[in-house]
Design a protein around this ligand. Structure first.
Ligand SMILES: [Fe+2]
Length: 154
């Protein structure tokens, strides 16, 4: 390809975002002993790490390199999720899974120059992220119901 693809910034941003997310989900995974929580967080942490690598891989295949971008907001999430004093429900609420969220992926295919291989990667990524959101939302509702039940029993 002789001209620089217009979507390198998108690939770079996704790879960076997923690297940060893998870090805080893995920190959470190390702390939680609840099997129901572990089952979800293990899937999510693995996906985030794989997405980070897959997007970096695509950048390299296109002839470019990842530019690492620090993210203070992600550092703050890492600190919160690494705090052993927090409950699993606290962590989910902190990440914004307390209520339905806007879908952030609507504009991903607005760029009509995306090559098929990158498009396939983006499609898989979006479908997996939406599944991750569904799983984390469901887990939040489960833990909320559990907490309400425990309060009633007390
Ligand atoms: Fe993600």
């Amino acid at each position: 390809m002789s001209t620089k693809p217009s979507y390198l910034g998108l690939l770079n941003a996704v790879s960076n975002g997923e690297t940060h997310a893998a870090r805080y989900f893995n920190a959470w995974l190390k702390l939680t002993t609840d099997p129901e929580v572990r089952a979800v967080v293990r899937v999510v942490a693995n996906r985030e790490a794989e997405h980070a690598l897959a997007f970096e891989k695509r950048l390299i295949e296109l002839g470019y390199a990842l530019i690492e971008r620090p993210d203070p907001a992600a550092d703050e999430k890492l600190a919160y999720l690494s705090d052993p004093a927090r409950t699993d429900l606290d962590r989910l609420l902190h990440l914004g899974y307390g209520e339905p969220r806007e879908d952030p992926f609507g504009g991903f295919f607005d760029d009509h120059t995306i090559d098929p291989q990158t498009g396939a990667l983006l499609g898989r990524y979006v479908a997996e992220e939406r599944d991750t959101i569904r799983r984390l939302r469901a887990l939040t509702e489960t833990l909320k119901a559990r907490a309400a039940g425990a309060q009633k029993a007390a």
